[in-house]
Design a protein around this ligand. Structure first.
Ligand code: SER
Length: 315
């Protein structure tokens, strides 16, 4: 059966690269990008685009029905730091978009859904090192609370209504095509831009703050792999832990100075430090590796080289 794929929140950090990857795999016309705002010219020129608010149930229903959609990727969300500023709006966007899309799945308007969760489901009482798949989830941020609730709803719709929803708890994602916005792990992208532009960076996290991270190519690969996987072995219907590497701002800085020896970083922690301190240092993703064969490809050295090379070429 041919696929018709919709990406909601297609212009964000993940949505942009996911849309381009899906288009190169399944053909431009089979992949409808949608967002409330327009994205990069590369994205806008690569195939169909629909302006749409992911919290508008009627608009979603019409889009899915008219196009006979088979797969949905719901990437619209407000990230951790912005959500602390606008808790009610974050809850509305992060939860209503998911509940609407799940309900449309129950109505049979598509056959498979991808919805991202995050390391933000974990909190200060979670074991910090090698955080297990099943453990304490007592998030301290609005973003984390919305992701935790979302995981519960995803599993519920799967169990009760057989909606085939699949999910990954993404770590901090590092990409050069699109900047993140409003997250706690954003420093790890911004630092590369500033290293090349000004030769210095003021980091909003302490230098010893270890967080789980991943290069965007790996995250996209994982997402496509999970969506391709046969349903049988998928034992997790809340959301899979996923891991590649873990580093501190000081370690990332050292990795960049191997290429740019004069690069200088200062550390002035702000309110995002508290969010970062509540998250794990590293993640145990053995269940994802076992159930659908996940393997990461980028370590810190490779990631640093790729980021600098691509930003130099395209920045
Ligand atoms: N990267 C996200 C954030 O920092 C975590 O999912 O909010």
């Amino acid at each position: 059966m041919s696929k018709t794929i919709v990406i909601l929140g297609a212009c964000g950090q993940i949505g942009t690269e996911l849309t381009l990857a899906l288009r190169s795999r399944y053909g431009s016309e089979s992949v409808i990008a949608s967002d409330i705002r327009e994205g990069t010219s590369e994205l806008m020129e690569s195939g169909p685009f629909v302006t749409l608010d992911a919290t508008d149930f009627k608009a979603l229903e019409e889009l899915f029905t008219t196009n006979q959609v088979t797969e949905v990727y719901l990437m619209a969300a407000m990230l951790s730091a912005t959500a602390e500023k606008y808790p009610a709006r974050a809850w509305e966007l992060n939860m209503n978009s998911l509940l609407h899309v799940l309900e449309l799945g129950k109505m049979g308007l598509y056959s498979k859904l991808f919805w991202p969760s995050s390391i933000a489901v974990f909190g200060p009482n979670t074991p910090k090192e090698n955080t297990p798949q099943s453990t304490v989830t007592e998030p301290s941020t609005v973003y984390g609370i919305s992701k935790k609730a979302g995981e519960g709803w995803a599993a519920y719709y799967h169990r009760k209504y057989a909606v085939d929803v699949r999910s990954i708890r993404y770590p901090g994602l590092i990409s050069w095509k699109t900047q993140p916005g409003g997250g706690t792990t954003d420093y790890a992208v911004d630092i590369f831009h500033q290293a090349l532009k000004t030769g210095s960076y003021e980091c909003f996290l302490r230098e010893d703050t270890a967080l789980p991270m991943m290069y965007m190519s790996d995250a996209i690969e994982a997402t496509l792999q999970l969506m391709d996987a046969p349903a049988g072995p998928l034992s997790v219907r809340t959301s899979y832990n996923l891991s590649a590497l873990s580093f501190t701002p000081a370690e990332l800085t050292r990795s960049i100075t191997a290429y740019l020896p004069d690069f200088k970083v200062t550390y002035i922690p702000d309110s995002r430090q508290q969010i970062a301190d509540s998250w794990p240092h590293s993640i145990d993703d053995s269940q994802a590796r076992k159930d659908w064969g996940w393997e990461h490809r980028y370590d810190l050295e490779k990631l640093t080289g790729e980021m600098l090379r691509n930003l130099r070429k395209n920045g």
